[in-house]
Design a protein around this ligand. Structure first.
Ligand code: NDP
Length: 309
């Protein structure tokens, strides 16, 4: 019997436990899944960083911590975590992010607000340009960034992607490292941020880098709040350098009611809903990783502790 500790909120237990049982059975894994164990008996921890488990020291037999979320910024620095840490890569979450990003990119590309908000009896003919005449840059070419880049590329947008390491993806321009950032931003009529939150990515968008973007560009940020210097973004929005920012993530969440983003006419706030882990598909990934642990295969989606993602 494999002992799996589910360390997340009670609501998540309701959502995930039935799907986990199905996923374990599908792989013929004999699992004792519980929310409490004597720590030394635990083989794997299915983990949400907001759970009560913050000290991993007593879990002396634990073979891996399997994160329920894609972002690991709230667990990766935990000094008590010596076990392998896998982040969540879930086809359902990826699908959701592709849909959310595509929708918000299309909103800005087609200028939908002009008609949704401007029903004032004036017949004004503004035909939107074709996607091929609107350049999109995606910062972060990981699981989510690459999936979004492919879909936007299929829609006809010339896509540029930017990552830490060199990459080559058919149909798009791939740039990397600090040297590639300026060029990536200079092509960003619409910019999508899908970087993780690490020491190296904080304030990727600041006064200097925002000035490298084309005048009147759009920003869509479903990545993490600290990727952007809020004050620099507000200044760029006020000057017209940035036409509009659609922001799903913030330095402080929930975004405080007094934050200037809420009232800004050129900011759209969405409450961290771009995508989420979907229990049905994510539990298959968790079961697969446990099977790998039991059969001595390398775990999928391991976090690079030095890089922080
Ligand atoms: P991945 O780890 O698969 O990809 C991260 C990408 O960012 C990689 O391409 C990586 O480069 C790049 N990167 C990391 N550091 C740097 C750097 N210093 N300079 C340049 N590029 C860098 O992550 P995912 O795609 O799965 O997820 C991305 C983020 O999306 C998550 O960390 C999370 O913050 C956010 N997210 C938000 C959600 C929401 O609802 N708003 C839902 C889910 C995730 P390389 O390829 O070279 O390693």
């Amino acid at each position: 019997m494999i002992n799996v500790l589910f360390a997340a909120t009670p609501e998540n237990w309701e959502r995930y436990a039935p799907h986990l049982q199905v996923a374990f059975a599908a792989l013929n894994l004999h699992v004792n899944l519980q929310t409490e164990f004597a720590p030394e008996q635990v083989d794997y921890i299915v983990y949400a960083p907001n759970s009560a488990v913050q000290d991993f020291t007593p879990y002396t037999g634990c073979k891996a911590v399997l994160n329920l979320w894609a972002g690991v910024e709230n667990v990766v620095q935990n000094p008590t975590l010596t076990q392998p840490l896998a982040r969540m890569v879930d086809p359902g979450m990826t699908r959701g992010m592709v849909e959310w990003v595509s929708g918000h990119v299309m909103r800005h590309h087609l200028g939908m607000d002009r008609h949704i908000l401007g029903q004032n009896g004036t017949w004004e003919s503004h035909v939107p340009p074709l996607a091929e005449d609107r350049r999109v840059t995606i910062l972060g070419l990981g699981e989510l960034g690459t999936a979004c880049a492919r879909t936007l590329s299929h829609l006809g947008f010339p896509v540029t992607g930017w990552s830490r390491n060199p990459k080559s993806i058919n149909g798009m321009t791939c740039l990397h490292g600090q040297d590639g950032l300026g060029e990536a931003l200079s092509r960003a009529d619409i910019l999508v941020l899908l970087l993780p939150q690490t020491a190296a990515t904080e304030n990727t968008l600041n006064a200097e880098t925002l000035a490298l973007m084309p005048h009147g560009a759009f920003i869509v940020n479903p990545g993490r709040g600290p990727l952007i210097d809020d004050g620099a973004l507000l200044a760029a929005l006020n000057s017209g350098q940035i036409a509009h920012a659609t922001l799903d993530v913030f330095r402080v969440e929930p975004l405080p009611p007094e934050h200037p983003f809420w009232a800004h006419p050129h900011v759209t706030v969405t409450p961290h809903i771009a995508s989420e882990t979907r229990a049905k598909t994510a539990t298959r990934v968790i079961a697969e990783n446990i099977l790998r642990g039991e059969t001595g295969e390398p775990f999928l989606h391991l976090v690079n502790r030095n890089a922080g993602y």
